[in-house]
Design a protein around this ligand. Structure first.
Ligand code: GCB
Length: 594
């Protein structure tokens, strides 16, 4: 990160060289169960509409009693209003609801004695969207992307006693960001996932990936490890449940790979078996619980551990009526419990990387996951900086979650127009997935070619599964077209209906019939299921969506700032009729062994 601090000015007004793009994917993403000190709790907070803090250098102010100050600073980071971290400012005060811009977070970090034999880091679970980090007045680096974690190294910069951390978080929507200015989910800003401080030995295990080699023999595990710091020679990998204890020799760059013969019990939704795994390098040790399975596609089939699979799914956002984009263990477990009740074996985590606990819990409970980056609608596909940002978010997501057996699909985007620039951009992302991870399928949520009434998208040749968003009965009135598309299409690979659905507003505010009524929504589900079940190449679905969710752009008398396509209302309790219709269908196909 720090290296990046010397890059070009982002805004000529500021005389501090804030870099414009993160290098975090070269850094530390994988945590491997390291002990850390939580920095959650109250941080002083101020919204900064005009970026005055960057111009006046609020980050360089020394802490002092306000009455002793000799300069008329427009803000004092060390006193005043606080907000809890994690949180989204939109949920903290009504006057911040639609605020888009920079906001400053400040917190003390007290260190009894700086241990110079160790390295020190901060880790941010997520900051939406651009986050500049300062320590004791010094700019340490920038991170772009609202939903992936990043670490900042503090080694050599901490003082014994009191230190001050500041984060300037900016959530302005711009054309060149990922996502860009227009989305169908709320633009929550802030430090909305956990923040922590941790120490490592000088030489640390930076990255670790362990997987079943996908060659159909189910007999080889491959371990890839990267170590940072003084060259270490070798690391020790241990998987007690398989009787494995092996040395992995490292090259001069601190990287090592080893193939190990093993016959682990395979992970699946029915048997979510996980093995305790640890890696030791000198004084450093990381651990994980990892499942082994093989996902592949053959023709129009998706196979898990060699057996054909139908993905009985549901899409889900990270959104809560009270907490915004903040999630927690209870919220995540309720989500999986509802998915279980619906008869799901699969969830689409839309449209950006969700909290890392989601995939850990899915591993443990036995759910398959689609994970995604917010390459959403018409982003600035021709802009190389936009590509770098998207690829960085993708790399960070993959490095974070590639030891999770539950994650079977990386999605590189959603509903993007089939242009040349988009094809180059998304093909590049699909290749990055395969380069970083040979053990998963790639997909993207594509659109029907309406002109030809066919499933047709040039990107399809470059991904394993064609995701298809279609809203027959809602945005497209004529249901017969869906059947026609089904017949006109002859895809050479599996299609998963990544979205379909309709708004249903329940309670007094909802109409009794027609658009936005619960009954009409139910009818759309009945007719969708009747048509889709006849199409053999459809190998799964994740209708839109589990819960109603907040969004700025929907303001008609039924919507009131919400998208109401949830099978369950925004209270995360009240089920709509369509919930039971989908549950019946999933029960039927599960019983038929599909
Ligand atoms: C879509 C988008 C999703 C929207 C949904 C809707 O196709 O992918 O983000 O929320 O439609 O409700 O319109």
């Amino acid at each position: 990160l720090a290296d990046n601090a010397l890059q070009a000015l982002h805004d000529e007004d500021y005389d501090v060289p804030f870099n414009t793009q993160s290098l975090c994917h070269d850094g530390l993403i994988f945590m491997g169960g390291r002990a850390s000190e939580s920095l959650d709790g109250d941080w002083t907070f101020c919204v900064d509409l005009l970026d005055t803090g960057l111009r006046q250098k609020w980050f360089a102010m020394l802490p002092e009693a306000p009455e002793n100050r000799t300069e008329p600073w427009d803000y004092d980071p060390y006193v005043g209003e606080t907000v809890p971290v994690p949180s989204n400012w939109a949920m903290m005060k009504e006057k911040w609801y639609f605020f888009e811009g920079s906001a400053w977070y400040t917190r003390a970090l007290d260190i009894e004695t700086v241990d110079s034999s160790k390295r020190q880091f901060l880790r941010f679970g997520a900051a939406s969207y651009d986050c500049k980090i300062f320590l004791n007045g010094e700019f340490l680096g920038n991170h772009y992307g609202a939903s992936t974690p990043f670490c900042v190294e503090l080694t050599g910069k901490l003082k014994t006693g009191r230190n001050w951390i500041m984060a300037c978080v900016n959530n302005i929507r711009t054309r060149d960001r990922v996502p860009m200015r227009n989305t169908d989910w709320f633009n929550y800003g802030g430090l909305y996932r956990e923040v922590s401080f941790f120490e490592t030995p000088k030489t640390l295990i930076k990255d670790f990936f362990l997987y079943l080699v996908p060659d159909g023999t189910y007999s080889t595990l491959r371990a890839e490890v990267a170590v940072d710091g003084v060259p270490a020679g070798a690391v020790t990998l241990s998987i007690p449940g398989l009787g494995i204890e092996k040395e992995i020799v490292l090259d001069a760059d601190g990287k090592g790979t080893l193939d190990i013969s093993a016959r682990p019990q395979l992970w699946s939704p029915e048997t979510p078996v996980l093995y305790d795994v640890s890696v030791t390098c000198g004084e450093d040790r990381v651990c994980d619980r990892i499942g082994f399975r093989q996902i592949e596609r053959r023709g129009t089939d998706i196979l898990l551990n060699g057996a054909p699979l139908f993905l009985r799914g549901i899409s889900v956002h990270e959104d809560d009526a009270l907490l915004g984009k903040v999630t927690n263990e209870d919220d995540l477990r309720r989500r999986f419990a509802h998915a279980r009740e619906l008869g799901c074996n699969y969830l689409r985590l839309a449209h950006y990387p969700h909290h890392e606990r989601a995939a850990q819990i899915a591993d443990e409970l036995g759910f398959l996951l689609w994970e995604e980056i917010p390459v959403y609608w018409a982003i600035d596909f021709a802009n190389p900086a936009t590509y770098r940002d998207a690829e960085n978010q993708l790399s960070e997501l993959i490095k974070r979650d590639r030891n999770r057996a539950s994650v079977v699909i990386w999605s590189v985007g959603n509903e993007n127009p089939d242009t040349d620039a988009r094809l180059t951009f998304m093909k590049g992302l699909a290749e990055t997935c395969k380069r970083l991870d040979p053990t998963r399928l790639t997909s993207a949520a594509c659109l029907v070619n309406h002109a030809r009434n066919r499933i047709e998208d040039r990107l399809a040749a470059h991904i394993d599964i064609i995701g298809l968003n279609e809203y027959y009965g809602w945005y497209e009135e004529n249901f017969d077209d869906l059947a026609a598309i089904g017949e006109n299409s002859d895809p050479d690979r599996p299609v998963v209906i990544s979205e379909t659905g309709a708004d249903g507003v329940i309670g007094e505010k909802g109409p009794k019939s027609g658009l936005f009524s619960e009954d009409y929504m139910a009818e759309v589900y009945i007719r969708q299921i009747a048509t889709l079940r006849e199409l053999g190449y459809i190998k799964g679905m994740s209708p839109w969506i589990l819960y109603d969710f907040r969004v700025e752009r929907r303001q008609n008398i039924f919507q009131n700032g919400y998208n109401h396509k949830g099978l369950i209302a925004a209270d995360k309790k009240t089920k709509k009729k369509a919930f039971h219709i989908l549950a019946d269908y999933y029960r039927e196909i599960a019983a038929a062994g599909e």
